[in-house]
Structures are given as C-alpha cells and as structure tokens.
Write a protein that binds this ligand. Structure first.
Ligand SMILES: [Zn+2]
Length: 85
C-alpha cells in the first residue's frame, strides 16, 4: 500500500477528497491519486503540465477565498509528487 496520504498529482490530502481517492482501472479506490485527478485508471487531464496544475490549484483555492500568495504555497511541493518526478 502507498504510504502517502496526499494525492500524488495535485497534493490534496486524500482525506479531504469526498470519494477518498480516485478509481483504478479495476474499480478499486486509488491510494495514490484523488478523485478530481484520477478516474478508472486514467488522469482526467493526461496532457496537463505541472505549471497548468499549479495554475489550476491557485485558481481553485482563490475561488475558495484563499489569498493568491497563500495558494501559491500549496503548489511548492508539487514537483516532488510521483506524477511530476
Ligand atoms: Zn489530485
């Protein structure tokens, strides 16, 4: 089992995911990726770059009322996640 409890694509804690993870090709719940990034064994946006992901995270967090400089902090560790290594 994966030891990480954060989505290895967007960095969101999997506990914060209402589905508690995306779905693998066999229908089991992914312990690596969240339901917003990953479904049925595929990324929702397979051609996305890390910069596009950072922009999306900043966009989503500022929609929730986070200031942009705070939102940017959430993107700092992104290049260490499995999807982007
Ligand atoms: Zn994710």
């Amino acid at each position: 089992m994966a030891s990480s409890n954060r989505c290895q694509s967007c960095g969101m804690p999997l506990k914060a995911d209402p589905e508690e993870g995306g779905t693998n090709a066999d229908g089991s719940v992914s312990t690596e990726y969240c339901s917003f990034c990953y479904e049925n064994g595929n990324f929702h946006n397979p051609t996305m770059t890390i910069d596009e992901m950072k922009a999306l995270i900043i966009e989503k967090l500022s929609e929730k009322g986070y200031p942009r400089f705070i939102a940017r902090i959430f993107t700092i560790g992104l290049n260490r996640l499995n999807r982007w290594r």
